[in-house]
Write a protein that binds this ligand. Structure first.
Ligand SMILES: [Zn+2]
Length: 261
């Protein structure tokens, strides 16, 4: 059964999001203070983060940030990916499938404990636009419940499987206080399945405030992570949860980020 989720992700290739404009070009500076805590795992943390930096520009306005996002776990390679992130002092966002959290609740807990942000990637990874409102509700609620039980924290971010969403999905998501997180750079790791190719792809996609789609359910992706993180850090990127890119503007329920255009 566990192969269903990654295989289903092949179809994500069909969804293409245009690039966001490059943010104010180039200059990187070290943060004036210690890296802020954004470990509460929700857009609520964005508000807390904004408050913690009151009077100063938000962290990602001052430094060059990028958000790596990992979908479809937790899985058998997730512990390794968490080890690698920890070794590189990098934070990420994990969009979790409820069925996988039931199998690996301790890994979901560890993500939150180590300062990563966790989001809802539905209970069983269906195409949401093909479902009735009632079915969408069940998918989002069941994943939210299992993540809450595992981590003690209720997600307020969701990523629709395959990026497949519309106004109706957004409106149902809003009922649960969920904002939608898409991406503006796809690793296409599910079709590359090659460590060096994935490394090249992700380092080539990198740009300031980028949201990169990856999957820690593939061993090649996890094997690529050390080289990716070394490369990005050498280029001055701060690896942050996606919530940090929002700076001081929390997302509203049902709102989508990065915005589609
Ligand atoms: Zn997925």
């Amino acid at each position: 059964m566990r192969s269903i989720v990654p295989i289903a992700c092949l179809l994500a290739a069909a969804v293409v999001f245009p690039a966001a404009p490059a943010a104010a070009a180039g200059r990187t500076a070290e943060p004036a203070a210690a890296v802020p805590s954004w470990s509460t795992g929700s857009t609520g943390s964005t508000a807390a983060f904004a408050a913690s930096t009151a009077g100063r520009a938000p962290y990602c306005a001052r430094v060059k940030c990028i958000a790596l996002t990992f979908d479809d776990g937790p899985g058998r390679y997730t512990a390794r990916s968490l080890d690698i992130l920890r070794a590189h002092r990098a934070k990420a966002t994990f969009f979790l499938v409820g069925r996988q959290v039931e199998k690996y609740p301790a890994l979901a807990r560890r993500m939150v404990r180590e300062g990563h942000v966790v989001g809802d990637h539905t209970a069983t990874h269906p195409r949401l636009t093909a479902l009735s409102d009632t079915q969408i509700r069940a998918q989002l609620r069941d994943a939210q419940d299992v993540i809450t039980r595992a981590t003690g924290r209720t997600p307020d971010l969701m990523r629709p499987p395959y990026g497949d969403t519309d106004a109706r999905v957004a409106s149902v998501a809003a009922e649960f206080g969920l904002s939608q997180i898409l991406w503006n750079g796809s690793s296409r790791d599910w079709e590359l399945r090659d460590t060096r190719a994935i490394t090249r792809k992700v380092t080539g996609l990198a740009r300031r405030d980028g949201v990169i789609l990856m999957h820690d359910v593939w061993p090649e992706t996890v094997a690529a992570m050390p080289a990716i993180l070394r490369n990005l850090k050498k280029r001055g990127y701060h690896l942050v949860p996606v919530t940090a890119l929002l700076r001081d503007r929390p997302l509203g329920a049902g709102e989508t980020y990065p915005p589609r255009r």
